[in-house]
Design a protein around this ligand. Structure first.
Ligand code: HEM
Length: 502
């Protein structure tokens, strides 16, 4: 380490030490014992931190704390603690923590996920996204969702072994159309390719433990040419690439609008207001970032959930039979389920709730940030602390969901249903997910249509005997996907399937 870095390192430690001694009136929530300099870094896994948090919650209770250099974490493991802080005290907890590499150095501070609660754009983002993704507004995309759902069914029929890729294509196609009016027509779609590159870069820049500057923020002041400051050049280059990812689809959409031959989309609605008013440069910038929020928030989340649905059907054939019986009774066997059938299919509705609970897509949501010091249940929540809502622990709370690892849609039916997981799966306070209606609409249609025409079955071994895949998940940054698994899509309504190619 060069002497410059050493001086900055000592200065950073001194700041942390001084800061940690300043407030001592009330205790922090309990938690695992930290080491003097590095806190709890040595106990944190590189992957799936929510599993460790859930184990710690068993020892330390519904609210615990731990620290890493330069950051105090508070983890909320019960629905009560999460709603009492993040919902009821939303003005204190709706900011996002700064991530030096990703948000600041690569300049991603204006994305809807990262924008500060106090930034003048914040309220406009929320208003625009909520209005454009409201349950009423998204009805105008039902035709597109239906078209893409048919493409998915066709793909599952023709190459069932690639079901996970077909599902990803479906989510990306729907979201690209919603955001920009871009129609995906082939598997190696150009926009899907660049957006995939974008999410890989974002994951690299946000990877916990990878960048020293997160632990010693003063390193960001080093000039880029300084020995050891290569991370600044990396952040700059990758930030540039990400800007390209944001700009290409947005520019394409603008060009279509200008040429007059555009399809209705989020961007067209924003850039061509109904009252005919002129859109300012600032409104245009807001539209660009919000369209980025739609594709970045909408693709991997819904595809992960739909892949978990396939896994759940493989593992719980009796649930699948029950759902298919409901579809056959309500919809019949000579047409596909539509959005109009949704209210008449309560078991499918309960299956979706159970899917969101059983395989939470974002098991620790996104981090919130305490904007001022607070007190909760006799504990001090320091200003600047990063607050994690442990959605995984809440969804597996045995008091709310007996036998939480079992996939049981019946939980949400009958006279005393268990708590609706949509109360927490989509996050909290003023940062709660604006895409929840759109995500559920996509999930509903795909689930109902897949079950109408296929039975999803366990894979067979070389002797022709069924193998049960394990219910295992892996993380990709903040999201949780099922680990790759095999299954069979057995057509159960060939007549309906043949209508796809007509
Ligand atoms: C199963 C599907 C989905 C799940 C489980 C999910 C979950 C979440 C969660 C937990 C958050 C963080 C909330 C918080 O900080 O407390 C979030 C934020 C967000 N989601 Fe979703 N999401 C899903 C689908 C979507 C879709 C389809 C879109 C867009 C079309 C979307 C757009 C966003 C955006 C823009 C944010 C950032 C909000 C902000 O920071 O103000 N999400 N989502």
């Amino acid at each position: 380490m060069s002497s410059g870095i050493l001086i900055l390192f000592v200065a950073a430690l001194a700041t942390v030490f001084f800061y940690s001694r300043r407030h001592s009136k009330l205790p922090l929530p309990p938690g695992p014992s930290p080491k003097f300099f590095t806190g709890n870094v040595h106990q944190l896994p590189k992957k799936e931190p929510w599993l460790m948090y859930t184990t710690w919650a068993e020892s330390y209770g519904p609210i615990f704390s731990f620290r890493v250099p330069n950051r105090q974490f508070i983890v909320l493991n019960s629905l009560q603690s999460a709603t009492e802080l993040l919902d009821s005290r939303a003005t204190t907890y709706s900011d996002r923590p700064r991530r030096w590499m990703y948000t600041e150095l690569a300049r991603r501070n204006l994305t809807p996920f990262n924008i500060s609660f106090t930034h003048p754009y914040f309220k406009t983002y929320r208003t625009v996204l909520k209005a454009s993704l409201s349950s009423r507004t998204i009805r105008s995309y039902q035709l597109l969702q239906t078209e893409q759902s048919r493409v998915l069914l066709d793909g599952l029929y023709k190459s069932p072994e690639h079901f996970a890729d077909q599902i990803k294509r479906n989510s990306a196609a729907v979201v690209l159309y919603l955001a920009y009016g871009w129609k995906v027509t082939q598997n190696d779609d150009y926009f899907i390719g660049i957006l995939k590159e974008g999410s890989e870069i974002s994951a690299m820049l946000s990877q916990p433990g990878r960048w020293l500057v997160e632990a010693i923020p003063s390193l960001r002041f080093l000039p880029s040419w300084f020995p050891g400051a290569g991370f600044k050049r990396v952040a700059f280059d990758l930030g540039q690439k990400l800007r390209r990812v944001d700009t290409i689809p947005f520019k394409w959409s603008k060009q279509q609008i200008r040429s007059g031959s555009y399809t209705h989309s989020f961007v067209s609605t924003q850039l061509l207001p109904e009252d005919g008013s002129t859109v300012s440069a600032q409104q245009e910038e807001i539209t660009k970032w919000c369209s980025q929020g739609i594709y970045a928030g909408g693709v991997d989340t819904t595809s992960s959930s739909l892949t978990s649905f396939v896994l759940a059907m493989v593992l719980y054939p009796e649930v699948q039979k029950h759902a298919q019986a409901e579809i056959d009774a309500v919809v019949g066997q000579d047409r596909f389920p539509t959005f109009n059938d949704r209210d008449k299919l309560p078991y499918i509705g309960a299956l979706m709730q159970e899917l969101l609970r059983w395989a939470p897509v974002a098991p620790q949501g996104l981090p919130h940030h305490a904007m001022r010091e607070d007190v909760y249940k006799g504990y001090r929540i320091p200003k600047g602390a990063t607050i994690i809502a442990n959605i995984l622990a809440i969804s597996r709370d045995k008091e709310m969901y007996p036998d939480p690892l079992e996939f049981r849609p019946e939980r949400f039916l009958g006279p005393s249903p268990q708590l609706d997981p949509r109360k927490f799966i989509f996050g909290f306070g003023r940062r709660a997910c604006p895409g929840l209606h759109f995500a559920q609409a996509s999930l509903y249609l795909n689930i109902a249509c897949i079950l109408a025409v296929f039975t999803i079955a366990k894979p067979l071994d070389e002797r022709g005997e069924e193998i049960t895949p394990p219910a295992e998940f892996e993380d990709t940054g903040v999201l949780w996907h099922p680990k790759p698994f095999k299954c069979r899509f057995i057509p159960r309504n060939k007549d309906l399937m043949t209508t796809l190619s007509q």
